[in-house]
Every structure is written in C-alpha cells, then in structure tokens.
Design a protein around this ligand. Structure first.
Ligand SMILES: [Zn+2]
Ligand SMILES: [Zn+2]
Length: 367
C-alpha cells in the first residue's frame, strides 16, 4: 500500500466530520475533533450488540470533545445510557479522554490492556506489570540484561536522561497535566475496570474479539482482533499514512525493537485481517503490508544515523543526531526521544557505543 498522492494533507490530519459509517456488522466509525500536532481527528468506533454499545477511544478529555461524542452517539441512534463498555487502546489523552466521563454517567466498564498506566497518575504503582512485560519481550536480554533508562521525571517537559530539553508543551496543557496528576478523580482520569492480557477474549458487537498486546508506541498498547469478520482495531499501532511516534522512555530497554516485534505480530495475521480500523485516518485493507512499510521507514532512519556517524567520525549527542533525521521545524523533545529510541536500538544491536559526557549522552558507531 502506498501513500495517497495529490491530497492536500495526510488523511490523519483531516478535520473531524460528523459522518457515521458502518464498516462491518455492528461496527460503526465516528470521528471526534482533536487539536494535537499533526492530527485532525480521532476515530471513535461504536460496537453494537444486544446489550447496547461499546465505545472505542472516546476522544480528548475536554468538554468540547465530550459534547461531540454525545452528539455522535445520538446520531448513530444510541442513547448515552446504552453505553456499557469503553475500550481504551492506549494511555494517550486523545484515546482515554472521554472514558472517565462515560463511566461516571453510565457505569460503563473501562477496558484496557493489563499494563495500562497513565504516566503521571500517582494512584498507580510505578512499573506496574513490568516483570510480565519484560518476560514477553526479552527472555534473554541482549547486552547483559541492563535496566532501561527510566523516566525519572514527572512531566514530559522536564529535562531528559540524554541531557536534552523535554517536550515543549503550552502552558494551558501543562496546567491540565498538573491538575490531572494532582486531582485524578476530579479530572475524571480513567481507572480500568477490566484489564486484558494477551489472547484474552471479550464479547463486542455480538462476537468474540481477541486481545493482542502491541507495545511500541506506548508500553500498554492494545489491539483487538475479530476472527469472525476479520476486523482489527489497531489504535495508533499502525496508521494508514503516518508513522506513530516511538519514544525512547518506556519500560522496555529497546522500544524500537519492541515496536518492530509488535509490527511483525500484527503482520502475522496476514489475510485473516480484512479491515484494519486505525485510530486516525480511514480504515484500510492491507494491514500486513502497511506494517512492513512502517518497518522499512524506521530501517531508513537507522541507516541515516549510521551514515551521519560515519560522516561526523566522532561521538554526537542525541540532539545533534536528531538534526540528521528530522526537518528543522520538527526538532525538539519529541524528535529527540524518537532519535534516542533509534540510537539505543543500534547500541543494543552492538552497532553503536554510548558515552556519557558530563550528563550528555553521545553515540558513535563501533569500530
Ligand atoms: Zn497515541
Ligand atoms: Zn492517537
């Protein structure tokens, strides 16, 4: 599958419409507005059964988003009281936002992967299920089984372990983060009531769906597969025309390698998947092909880092390496985090060395 040509913008960036589309028996797509860098809407899927409706990824934690969600449910013919379940594919605000509100109003179950964790949520123990997660990933860790560089900070705008600045976040959103961390209940932060493990099943749209854990974009990313109709709810794991952000600061030692494994895992369903239902952009058919394309995109970035290191012929910081991967307008904490994930992947593969120069990590190709 190739990127669509001659479009004014990527489909994930298109603003939300009010259209409701039926994609498979009992599976409806609606779109909610979001204002996040590079994204114009989030898909909120409605899965209808005899009991009522399950809602997948109910948008941002804002009044506007919740009003839009209520309107979409209504135009699809679902009174709010019929919502019995909310599925949250992963712990990003454009996906969990409306979950706590829906639960407060309807008593709906909140379903997530078992490792679901809001990074700033003080009511969650740190490193929940990390042992389980690690055992899935690294039975025999490469590189001596060292611990990952952990997120020893509370907010994403704080300085990073590689010695660079954090993510630039506007003041309004910083205040929201602080309030959500300090008053999680008041801000209706979601608390999962059903945590799914790999291969668990859940009944949605009148049939069983299988939980597929796909860490990479976040540690707790959950996809759901419907073997009856061949639908795969794939959240942000695989998007139709943009590549999901892979940060370097999760629980995994090698977030990029972990993401590759999760792409292989989703690709292994092959033609069993007839329709991929992404969280942004339009549903698409060739999930395995798109997963492979995303892997190739990252392989290209790894090669750019090798080439940059050869050209410079000296150790270079994450921030400097970042300039070889990203356009100037994209540089900053998010870009650095992604560069860090790529550099650590090369280091753990034995291709790069890491040196600590007064708190700033530098990387160079091994001889
Ligand atoms: Zn996300
Ligand atoms: Zn998203």
């Amino acid at each position: 599958m190739t990127d669509p040509v001659a479009r004014p913008r990527k489909q994930e960036q298109e603003p939300a419409t009010t259209t409701i589309t039926e994609l498979a028996p009992g599976v409806l797509r609606s779109e909610l507005p979001i204002d996040m860098p590079g994204l114009g809407h989030v898909n909120c899927y409605f899965l209808e059964d005899d009991r009522g409706v399950a809602v997948v990824d109910p948008g941002l934690p804002s009044k506007d988003s919740y009003v839009a969600l209520e309107a979409r449910l209504k135009s699809a013919g679902f009174p709010l009281q019929r919502v019995h379940t909310v599925i949250v594919t992963h712990s990003h605000p454009d996906h969990f936002g409306g979950a706590g509100w829906l639960r407060a109003e309807t008593g709906a179950e909140i379903v997530t992967h078992s490792s679901f964790r809001l990074m700033w949520d003080p009511t969650e123990p740190p490193d929940i299920d990390v042992d389980d997660v690690a055992s899935l990933r690294d039975p025999e860790p490469v590189g001596g089984g060292e611990e990952p560089i952990r997120l020893g900070r509370r907010y994403p705008w704080e300085p990073t372990p590689w010695g660079g600045p954090g993510v630039e976040i506007p003041l309004r959103r910083r205040l929201w983060f602080r309030a959500a961390r300090t008053f999680p209940r008041l801000r209706k932060m979601p608390v999962p009531s059903v945590r799914l493990d790999e291969a668990d099943t859940i009944s949605l749209a009148g049939r069983d769906w299988i939980a597929v854990h796909t860490p990479g974009h976040t540690d707790d990313h959950l996809c759901l597969f419907d073997p009856t109709e061949g639908c795969m709810l794939c959240g942000d794991h695989v998007l139709p025309t943009i590549t999901p952000h892979i940060g370097g600061l999760g629980s995994y030692r090698d977030p990029l390698g972990t993401f590759f494994d999760s792409l292989d895992k989703i690709g292994s369903y092959g033609p069993q998947v007839k329709l991929a239902l992404p969280a942004h952009g339009r549903p698409f058919t060739d999930l395995a092909g798109r997963a492979q394309e995303i892997k190739e995109h990252h392989a290209g970035r790894l090669q750019k880092l090798r080439d940059a290191s050869i050209e410079m012929d000296r150790p270079a910081s994450v921030m400097e390496m970042s300039t070889h991967l990203f356009a100037p307008r994209s540089l900053g904490g998010m870009a650095d985090s992604e560069t860090f994930a790529h550099l650590e992947h090369l280091r753990l593969a034995g291709e790069m060395e890491r040196v600590d120069r007064d708190g700033v990590l530098e990387y160079v190709l091994t001889d």
